[in-house]
Design a protein around this ligand. Structure first.
Ligand SMILES: Cc1cc2nc3c(=O)[nH]c(=O)nc-3n(C[C@H](O)[C@H](O)[C@H](O)COP(=O)(O)OP(=O)(O)OC[C@H]3O[C@@H](n4cnc5c(N)ncnc54)[C@H](O)[C@@H]3O)c2cc1C
Ligand SMILES: *[C@@H]1O[C@H](CO)[C@@H](O)[C@H](O)[C@H]1NC(C)=O
Ligand SMILES: *[C@@H]1O[C@H](CO)[C@@H](O)[C@H](O)[C@H]1NC(C)=O
Length: 406
């Protein structure tokens, strides 16, 4: 007992880097380090890798972007995968990715605090349960989507029906015949509304402000791919004008469906604020046909439904689904003195330079650029740590030099 307690308090040094999070970002960082011969310990709070993809995404989810924009470094998707791999295929790819790189995360290891200890020049990382690990290089890979964001509407607690966040939504089957209020009109809100429709539920989707809806593809080519290609040659405003003109041709005037566009173009807005344009996967057709209702902001939740900004009457709903997004959890555990992360838990330095902090602190997957951004971060981080790792053998010779000079 005493011995156990003693052990709990003792700090263990890890050789190489310590990576927090075994999602695509953490696995990519570990694989890139392994390829350079640098060992890494990957800590994961859940019981499996790619937890977010495995357990927090709805059944019908497929990658929003073509697979070559979602590939992690060193290992491409299997050739037989479709252009837009589904959730299960993505998880299988992650499993194969970790296995190929020899990365075996430590599961059930939840990081509760990490702080730089200047006296030893290392990060002290405390896990739930009290164990403390020490590392020269701390890689934060807990994701932009670590915790579901659950807003608190007036009256929410009195609602008699079911309330769930999209992270717990799997399939519309269990809502067949029900009137469902979907709060939020990002990719998740749009897709969940569509899925509800396909399973015979009656969704109303809350659209509080403006939103850019774009076709997923134009003439068989991914809109994202076209935008990326054009950006190589044209200024972003011009690319946005082109994309918006094409969107209008294929989707019509979305304002008439209650989906007003922001003044700033979709790509520029993404770059400025991180707000991702919605890629339409069929939701608009159902809005046009009236199967999905677009409604204004929620003023108040009532026992049986809600009062909405655009209607005086209380509307009845059987369930409320919050498609209100996620937040980073970094501020809750990382004590970096506000050097690297904002209070919202994203790096202060914008892409492509946000991956490196001070004192051996690194970030992977916080660039608001999806898996492509995570890959870029992982490559940079591995290169940087590798340089220092090679240097690490020198201290002994440095010591010798210092000794001989005395
Ligand atoms: C619905 C949806 C669809 C998406 N589609 C795409 C797409 O098509 N293309 C694309 O590029 N991106 C897409 N994304 C973006 C998505 O965030 C990334 O694809 C990817 O999952 C991010 O990987 P990550 O490793 O950074 O974060 P995550 O996959 O969330 O992994 C982080 C890991 O860290 C663990 N963790 C968190 N806190 C701690 C802690 N304190 N201690 C220990 N472990 C911890 C978590 O359990 C988790 O396993 C989508 C996101 C969503 C929500
Ligand atoms: C789109 O529709 C809205 C609302 O009906 C209208 O005000 C606007 O002028 C239309 N835009 C274009 C480009 O036609
Ligand atoms: C994105 O914004 C940054 C400034 O925040 C700017 O330097 C960069 O050129 C922009 N990129 C694009 C593609 O607009």
């Amino acid at each position: 007992m005493d011995k156990e307690q003693e052990e709990e308090g003792r700090a263990t040094w890890v050789s190489g880097a310590l990576i927090v999070g075994a999602g695509p970002s953490g696995l990519a960082a570990a694989a890139c380090l392994a390829a350079r011969g640098v060992p890494a310990t990957v800590l994961e709070r859940s019981d499996s890798l790619a937890f977010t993809w495995r357990h927090r995404m709805y059944d019908r989810l497929a990658l929003h972007l073509p697979k070559h924009f979602c590939e992690l470094p060193l290992l491409p998707f299997p050739a037989e995968y479709p252009t837009y791999p589904c959730k299960d295929q993505f998880v299988a790819y992650m499993e194969a990715y970790a296995a190929a790189a020899g990365v075996a995360p430590r599961f059930g290891a939840s990081v509760e605090e990490a702080a730089f200890d200047a006296s030893v020049g290392a990060w002290a990382v405390r896990l739930a349960g009290g164990e403390v690990l020490m590392t020269r290089w701390l890689v934060v890979a807990t994701g932009e989507n670590a915790e579901p964001h659950v807003p608190d509407f007036p009256g929410m607690r009195q609602f008699a029906g079911r309330v769930l966040h999209t992270c717990d939504y799997k399939c519309g089957e269990e809502f067949a015949g029900e009137k469902v209020l979907v709060v939020g009109c990002g990719n998740s809100g749009m897709e969940v509304s569509l899925d509800l429709c396909r399973h015979g539920a009656k969704p109303s989707m809350v659209v509080r402000s403006t939103v850019h809806v774009l076709p997923k593809e134009m003439l068989g080519v991914s809109t994202f791919g076209i935008a990326m290609a054009l950006l190589k040659w044209l200024p972003v405003q011009l690319v946005d004008r082109f994309i918006l003109a094409a969107a209008r041709l294929t989707l019509g005037n979305t304002s008439q469906l209650g989906l007003r566009r922001p003044k700033t173009g979709p790509i520029e807005l993404k770059n400025l604020t991180g707000r991702t344009p919605v890629l339409d996967v069929g939701t608009l057709d159902h809005i046009k046909s009236g199967k999905i209702k677009v409604v204004g902001a929620v003023k108040e939740v009532t026992r049986r439904g809600a009062r909405l900004a655009d209607g005086k009457e209380e509307e009845q709903f059987d369930a409320i689904i919050l498609a209100t997004g996620y937040r980073s959890n970094v501020p809750s555990w990382l004590k970096d003195g506000g050097d690297v992360f904002t209070r919202e838990g994203t790096p202060k330095t914008p892409f492509p330079d946000g991956w490196k902090g001070r004192n051996g602190l690194y970030t992977v997957g916080f660039s608001q650029r999806g898996l492509l951004g995570a890959s870029s971060d992982a490559l940079c981080v591995a290169r940087d740590i590798h340089c220092q790792w090679r240097e690490r053998d020198k201290p002994t010779s440095d010591v010798h030099q210092a000794d001989s000079s005395v």
